[in-house]
Design a protein around this ligand. Structure first.
Ligand SMILES: [Zn+2]
Length: 296
């Protein structure tokens, strides 16, 4: 999960270095990606209406043009992969853990566009980077990275990986980065929301220069809850056990000492315990989606 998502848990190694992966040097086309074609094998079941309740996305996000932000995200993604590749830390296409991640993504992607119609046009990409970081992220436009640390240290099963991937996809689908950037820019300019909306139009220059900010952006407590619930629903529709979301967080708490002594600057993020309660309360809403998926 993204460092910002994990930040509530005081997980160590946020900046752990890249590590060469066995076999990574044989990688040929490391900028592999796939479009909507892969993943369409899964049929979208009936009952397309959202089951979890997360409300509307903030209209503030519209101040940042989505296309500019996605272009910036693409550049950042290329740069991150290129750096990893130069250190032999980018998994080749035939790397078993990467194949596993992409197979899971293929089961989730068909259920993303109901949360953001633009996602139909996204060229989803999934890559695996060698590093002890407990980290994974999905930046605007559907560019996903997992780090080997999160898979290895938490010994994640497929259901748990799907919960993390769904959570990260949800941040991108709900355009949380776009919203964060719009709000921080409006604040730094000392402008009210109204004056932004009425007078200044879109902040294209902001989106063009976000670069590494996309990888370190801190989401709000509400963003995290939204991502947990939307991710849970996407994963359930993909046929992954909803209970894995709870198991995942218990596992993380176990791995990080329960998040005790959390610095106050992280207090705006939901605690692990709250997350688990919220997820448990929402399990009944998505159970039938999971049952439909595994029957289908
Ligand atoms: Zn998150």
């Amino acid at each position: 999960m993204c460092w910002r998502c994990f930040s509530t848990l005081n997980i160590s190694h946020p900046e752990a270095p890249l590590e060469a992966l066995p076999g990574a040097s044989s990688r040929r086309g490391f900028l592999n990606h796939w479009g909507a074609g892969l993943g369409l094998a899964a049929l979208v079941h009936a009952d397309a209406q959202a089951q979890v309740d997360v409300g509307q996305s903030s209209s503030m996000r519209k101040l940042i043009p989505a296309e500019s932000l996605e272009q910036s995200a693409r550049q950042q993604y290329r740069q991150t992969l290129s750096e990893a590749n130069s250190k032999g830390a980018l998994a080749p296409d035939d790397y078993p853990q990467l194949k596993r991640l992409r197979a899971i993504a293929n089961r989730l992607i068909p259920f993303t566009s109901q949360w953001n119609p633009d996602a139909r046009k996204w060229k989803w990409e999934v890559n695996l980077i060698g590093s002890k970081q407990l980290n994974a992220w999905c930046i605007p436009g559907g560019k996903i990275a997992f780090y080997t640390g999160i898979l290895d240290q938490l010994q994640l099963n497929d259901d748990e990986v799907a919960m993390i991937m769904g959570h990260e996809m949800a941040h991108a689908l709900r355009e949380h980065a776009r919203e964060r950037l719009a709000k921080s820019k409006a604040t730094s300019m000392g402008l009210s929301v109204a004056s932004q909306l009425l007078g200044l139009g879109q902040l294209g220059d902001v989106a063009a220069n976000v670069g590494t900010q996309l990888l370190t952006l801190k989401y709000s407590r509400d963003d995290e809850t939204e991502a947990d619930l939307v991710g849970l629903e996407i994963a359930a529709r993909g046929g992954f056990k909803p209970e894995a979301s709870v198991q995942l967080w218990k596992k993380m708490l176990g791995a990080t000492g329960g998040g005790k002594g959390q610095p106050s600057f992280l207090s705006t993020h939901p605690s692990g315990a709250n997350r688990i309660e919220e997820l448990e309360a929402n399990l009944p809403k998505v159970q039938h989606l999971y049952q439909q998926a595994i029957r289908g």
